[in-house]
Design a protein around this ligand. Structure first.
Ligand SMILES: *Cc1c(COP(=O)(O)O)cnc(C)c1O
Length: 423
């Protein structure tokens, strides 16, 4: 696999997973198209931070965060399969920031998809809002809900639970437990490791984590045979993952707002995938454990299972002060500006890498210009938007403000989706 382009590698990695669902030629077309507009020829370039610490820039897609890497592919794959089946879907989602814009960019102008993205009015950053509202496409609807992010999520859940509505509208989701997203994320782990000498050299990854999707893709890459010696998880003070890897106990806690908002989560929705392996892929046993976790808010996996994960995973909690220090340090030592989420991965890597002789690759999760205030506050330097988004603040915004009211949101979706009509 060494020497393959990012796109060629993506086809090689994903072919076994789509076996039968589409031909290699179709997959090649989708992949080529998905990464065509990325603004760096390497797609996921590496920068060196110290003797053995590397930084993988995953912000060269349209919305400047790593979620573009899976979602640009997923939007096209959805469209392709739906067109072949003569069907349409209505995607509804709730966002507190990054996911919304990445999903909108992935679905814009797709023939078989309408997308409705709910966000809390006045409670997302201006860059994040503008990335959603300045997309001018007939099938894209940014809905500013007069409520909190939790209200938005509740509205989305309620729409899915309304079976006649769900069926009528062919509702669908592109949330982070969608396997295709994980599958497309596996690619950049191979790409980085191969660039640094794998499979002859083993590597370590450090991943700033929230829902556990990104780092699960690293784990999956290892299961596929990539020599990964250690997986370092960086969390902010919303540290359910750090507490788990420190103790073997998974326990929820209330969410605290931080300067890395895309990692402000209470429960990591993809974590069940790792537990599935830990429970020997016994679905019944895992279900029992998850049921206990849901009712009691706490799950102890037992010493054996804990030892098993500890040999591969280590996690570190990085608070806001340390995050700012790390942004400043990287800028002073290398001249690179990094965003707060990425800084958590870099700081965790410095603290926890087992072998400083092996390459450690920290993930660059978002472009620093998405969080200009925090970055400037920490480093004294303003991070300008890249060329392609330089006029973001001048672009026309399109959005609809709606009350936190299920009936009114549903009426809007009904009136503006083409799904119901076509079906
Ligand atoms: C989504 C996101 C994360 C968290 O990734 P998970 O896959 O949910 O663990 C971290 N940083 C940024 C910038 C994100 O957008």
């Amino acid at each position: 696999m060494r020497g393959l382009s990012y796109q060629e590698l993506a086809v090689r990695i994903m072919t076994p997973y789509v076996d039968g669902a589409m031909s290699e030629a179709e997959l090649t077309d989708l992949v080529t198209d998905a990464y065509r507009d990325f603004d760096h020829a390497a797609i996921a370039p590496l920068k060196q931070l110290d003797g053995s610490l590397w930084f993988m820039e995953l912000f060269h897609g349209p919305t400047l965060a790593f979620k573009d890497y899976p979602l640009q592919f997923l939007g096209r794959a959805f469209d392709h399969v739906l067109a072949r089946r003569g069907r349409r879907v209505t995607i509804v989602g709730a966002t507190s920031g990054d996911t919304g814009s990445a999903a909108i960019e992935a679905c814009r102008d797709r023939d078989a998809i309408d997308i409705f993205m709910l966000y809390p009015n006045g409670r997302v950053s201006e860059v994040q809002r503008r990335q959603m509202t300045t997309v001018d496409a007939a099938n894209v609807h940014a809905l500013a809900i007069e409520g909190t992010f939790d209200d938005c999520q509740d509205l989305v859940k309620a729409m899915f639970n309304d079976t006649p509505f769900r069926d009528d509208m062919d509702l669908s989701a592109v949330n982070s437990i969608n396997w295709s997203r994980i599958m497309a994320q596996i690619v950049y782990y191979f790409h980085a490791a191969l660039s640094l000498g794998a499979p002859d050299v083993a590597v370590q990854f450090s991943v700033p984590s929230g829902n556990f999707g990104n780092v699960f893709a690293a784990y999956a890459a290892r299961q596929m045979g990539l020599p990964v010696d250690q997986l370092i998880i960086g969390t902010n003070v919303n540290d359910i993952l750090t507490r788990f890897f420190d103790s073997g106990v998974l326990e929820t806690a209330p969410v605290k707002p931080t300067i890395s908002p895309s990692m402000d989560i209470q429960i990591s929705s993809n974590f069940e995938r790792l537990l599935f392996d830990l429970y020997d892929r016994d679905g019944g046993l895992l279900n029992e454990a998850m049921e206990k976790f849901r009712t009691e808010g706490r799950l102890a996996v037992g010493d054996n299972r804990w030892q098993q994960v500890k040999s591969l995973f280590v996690a570190r909690r990085i608070d806001d002060a340390r995050t700012r220090e790390e942004i400043d340090r990287v800028y002073k030592e290398t001249g690179e500006l990094i965003d707060p989420h990425s800084a958590i991965g870099v700081a965790a890597a410095r603290d926890a890498r087992r072998d400083v002789k092996l390459p450690t690759i920290a993930l660059g999760a978002a472009h620093p210009a998405k969080f200009p205030d925090v970055v400037e506050d920490a480093s004294g330097v303003f991070a300008p938007l890249p060329h392609r988004l330089a006029d973001l603040y001048e672009r026309q915004e399109h959005f609809t403000v709606l009350p936190n009211d299920l009936a009114q949101v549903q009426a809007f979706v009904r009136d503006h989706a083409k799904s119901g009509a076509a079906a």
